[in-house]
Design a protein around this ligand. Structure first.
Ligand code: NI
Length: 226
């Protein structure tokens, strides 16, 4: 399931991110690509240990911890430190699936990539092309969101970024290991969670709310890997 996460960063935060990134040195994006995806990857990237990338990445992680839509959708266990990339002058990233296991350089820790995330840092009108296209069982989905918004999608999905033919597309991208490894289980938990929230708004005193919330937590307890 593809899940948009609106307003991860405010317009003011996006401006601050862009000022810091525009002052920084970018390198060839092949540095974090696997053998196969390096052949189709053509963009620029901030080095993983660059102080600006580390500082902005921590701000993104802090924002996500306080974002209820993200927490409900991802049920995150471990998040890879956010990386930053830029596409311009025809840059693109051909069809690929992200590496399944990644090592966090700073800690040596490994994470299984259950979910991939792209946080848009350029407004859609700043560039042409650059859509993130994700394939799932329901077909192909083209994603281009306002600056500060993010998309969460299963890392098992084939995806690509269409060529940027005007302007620059700056974004943050990263992966996470969820407490719920299986995408179908995670989607059902999210649907149940959303239904309980709606019921709580419409009928706040309905006694079944307690039962349904109990079912949600018992399913989470049953499936969670922590
Ligand atoms: Ni990818």
């Amino acid at each position: 399931m593809l899940i948009p996460i609106p307003d991860v960063l405010s317009p003011q935060e996006v401006r601050e991110f862009r000022e810091a990134l525009d002052r920084s040195q970018w390198v060839d994006g092949k540095v974090t690509a696997g053998y196969q995806s390096a052949r189709v990857k053509n963009n620029m990237q901030m080095p993983e240990n660059h102080p600006v990338a580390v500082e902005l990445g921590q701000k993104i992680l802090h924002a996500l911890q306080n974002n209820p839509v993200f927490v409900a959708a991802a049920l995150p266990k471990k998040i890879f430190p956010p990386l930053f990339n830029m596409y311009q002058g025809g840059h693109s990233f051909g069809n690929h699936i992200d590496n399944s296991v990644r090592r966090i350089a700073a800690t040596g820790e490994y994470i299984r990539t259950d979910l991939s995330m792209t946080l848009f840092l350029s407004a859609p009108e700043e560039y042409d092309g650059g859509e993130l296209v994700v394939e799932d069982t329901y077909g192909s989905h083209s994603v281009k969101l306002p600056a500060g918004h993010a998309i969460l999608y299963p890392s098992t999905s084939l995806h690509h970024v269409r060529p940027v033919t005007r302007g620059a597309r700056v974004s943050s991208f990263f992966w996470m290991q969820s407490m719920i490894r299986d995408d179908a289980q995670r989607s059902m938990l999210l649907n149940l969670d959303v239904a309980i929230q709606k019921l709580g708004q419409d009928l706040p005193n309905h006694p079944s709310l307690v039962d349904l919330t109990g079912v949600y937590h018992n399913l989470l307890r049953h499936w969670a890997e922590i």
